[in-house]
Ligand binder design. Structure first.
Ligand code: ZN
Ligand code: ZN
Length: 168
């Protein structure tokens, strides 16, 4: 039981870390797919929660979910139940964190619990949709400070790279 809980937590924490630092932030700096699909204005819940057959939305969702699946493969040997629970919780969180567009407001006790556990609420994730420099860490809020540093560093690298290309 304890092993399963540990595996589920590891899957979610390492999955969110890899997804944020290896896909989400580099995509914000160098890519267009995530910004064009996930940050597009006036879309509905199904679009943001990746409950659609739009190929670009699906591709963005799959690339973001890949680190969690990779962790699932690594952790399967230790606890298949833990892996399945972790993936289910992760999927549930994808749907839940996009419910702001449906008018959902997180009840105060749940919001308090999320603050203690450093879990991203729909309200917080909605901030990321509106201000793309904020609200990183799809599931865990403690990734926000290093994520912002990583974002700044990658932007600096992009600037240097394009500057070099122009001056050549
Ligand atoms: Zn989102
Ligand atoms: Zn984003």
């Amino acid at each position: 039981m304890l092993k399963a809980i540990a595996c589920a937590w590891i899957l979610l924490i390492v999955g969110d870390f890899l997804s944020t630092f290896c896909y989400h932030i580099p995509e914000h700096v160098f890519g267009i797919l995530h910004l064009r699909t996930h940050h597009s204005y006036k879309k509905n819940f199904r679009h943001y929660a990746i409950l659609t057959f739009n190929l670009q939305v699906l591709l963005d969702g799959i690339l973001g979910a890949l680190p969690y699946l990779l962790m699932g493969v690594v952790l399967w040997y230790f606890s298949p139940i833990g892996v399945l629970c972790g993936l289910l919780i992760g999927q549930f969180h994808v749907w839940w964190r996009h419910t702001s567009i449906l008018g959902w407001q997180t009840p105060k006790p749940v919001d308090f619990l999320c603050r203690i556990l450093f879990v991203t609420t729909p309200e917080r994730h909605w901030q990321h949709h509106q201000k793309t420099n904020q609200g990183f860490g799809d599931i865990f809020t403690f990734f926000e400070p290093p994520a912002k540093s990583w974002l700044r560093l990658l932007r600096l690298l992009r600037l240097r790279f394009t500057h070099r290309l122009v001056s050549q």
